[in-house]
Design a protein around this ligand. Structure first.
Ligand code: SF4
Ligand code: SF4
Length: 282
C-alpha cells in the first residue's frame, strides 16, 4: 500500500503531515516513510540515527581523446546539448546528459565509453522498530531527480505501508513519485495560492486515476474557496490543522507533534485509518 502526501508547492506543511502520519501509524503498522522530495528532503530532520548510504549514479560519456577524430557525430546526435564538438576538443556538460547512451553507439571510432556520474544519495535508517526512513537527496547541480526517486522506490516493499513525501508541484519528479501510488493525500492552505496549487496536483492525480483526499493546513475558517472546490469535486477534507504558534514552534525545533501530544497522535492515527479505508485497505 503506497500513500503519497503531495502539495502543489513547497511550504504547505506536506512534510509535517507525512512525518506525523508515519509516526502515528507506526504504532499499529510496519511503516516506511519515503522522502521523494529529493531537491529538499526534510523528513530526516525529525528523526535521529545513523543511516546507511547508497550512492546513486547515472552513466555519462567519457571520451578517449586519442581515439577521437573530432568528427562531430556525437555533438550532432545529442539533443540535450551535453556534447559540443569544437575544432580542437569536445566540450562535455555531464549535468545536461540524459544518459541515453546514443553517443557511444554513434561514435564511429569507439572513442566514447560510459562512466558513472553521481546523481544523488539514498539514506536508509530505522528510527523505530516499526518505522523505516528512506530518504533521497539530489546531488547539487544534477538534474536527475527521477533517477534518485527511482533509487528510493527500489527500497520500497509493496507489502509494507509506505508513505511517500512527494516533491511539490506537478513536475516529472512529482509524476514519478505518484504514478504507482494507491492514494494521494493533498495538503493545501485556505488561500487563493493554495487553491491554485491544489488544482494542479489534483489534475495529476486524475491523470493517474488515484483516489484522493485533502488536508487543510493553517486553517483559519476565513477563506472557504478550498472547501468549495473540494465539495464541487467530491474531495473529502480529512483534517484541518489550525494556525497555532505552539505547533509552529515544535515543528521549528524538529519535534513531531503526534509524538508529543496524545490528542494529535490520535488525530493522525484517525487520518491514516481514513486514508486506508478510502483505498479499501485497513
Ligand atoms: S563521435 Fe566520437 S570521434 Fe566523433 S567527435 Fe564524438 S567522440 Fe570524437
Ligand atoms: S548519453 Fe545521450 S544525452 Fe548523454 S551525452 Fe550522450 S547522447 Fe547526449
Amino acid at each position: 500500500m503506497q500513500i503519497a502526501i503531495a502539495s502543489g508547492k513547497g511550504g504547505t506543511g506536506k512534510t509535517t503531515v507525512a512525518v506525523n502520519l508515519a509516526l502515528a501509524l507506526s504504532t499499529s503498522h510496519e511503516v516506511t516513510l519515503a522522502d521523494c522530495d529529493v531537491e529538499e528532503p526534510n523528513c530526516h530532520l525529525f528523526f535521529s540515527g545513523h543511516p546507511d548510504e547508497e550512492i546513486v549514479t547515472n552513466p555519462v560519456p567519457e571520451i578517449d581523446t586519442d581515439a577521437c577524430t573530432l568528427c562531430g557525430t556525437c555533438g550532432s546526435f545529442c539533443r540535450y546539448g551535453a556534447l559540443i564538438v569544437l575544432t580542437d576538443r569536445v566540450l562535455q556538460y555531464p549535468q545536461l546528459c540524459h544518459s541515453c547512451g546514443g553517443c557511444e553507439i554513434v561514435c564511429p571510432t569507439g572513442a566514447i565509453s560510459m562512466r558513472p556520474e553521481k546523481a544523488g544519495v539514498v539514506h536508509i535508517s530505522k528510527p523505530k522498530p516499526s518505522l523505516s526512513l528512506i530518504s533521497g537527496t539530489l546531488e547539487e547541480g544534477s538534474i536527475h531527480t527521477t533517477t534518485v526517486i527511482k533509487a528510493v522506490r527500489r527500497h520500497l516493499l509493496r507489502e509494507n505501508l509506505v508513505l511517500l513525501d512527494a516533491p511539490p508541484g506537478s513536475s516529472c519528479a512529482a509524476m514519478e513519485t505518484l504514478k504507482d501510488c494507491d492514494f494521494c493525500l493533498m495538503v493545501t492552505e485556505p488561500t487563493p495560492f493554495g487553491l491554485h496549487d491544489l488544482t494542479l496536483i489534483h489534475e495529476v492525480t486524475e491523470i493517474f486515476n488515484i483516489p484522493t483526499a485533502v488536508v487543510i493546513n493553517r486553517s483559519d475558517e476565513k477563506n472557504n474557496d478550498v472547501d468549495m472546490y473540494c465539495t464541487a469535486h467530491n474531495l473529502p477534507v480529512l483534517m484541518r490543522i489550525p494556525f497555532d504558534r505552539t505547533i509552529a514552534l515544535m515543528q521549528g525545533s524538529g519535534e513531531i507533534i503526534s509524538g508529543q501530544d496524545p490528542v494529535w497522535r490520535e488525530r493522525f492515527v484517525r487520518l491514516g485509518l481514513q486514508c486506508l479505508a478510502l483505498t479499501g485497505a485497513r
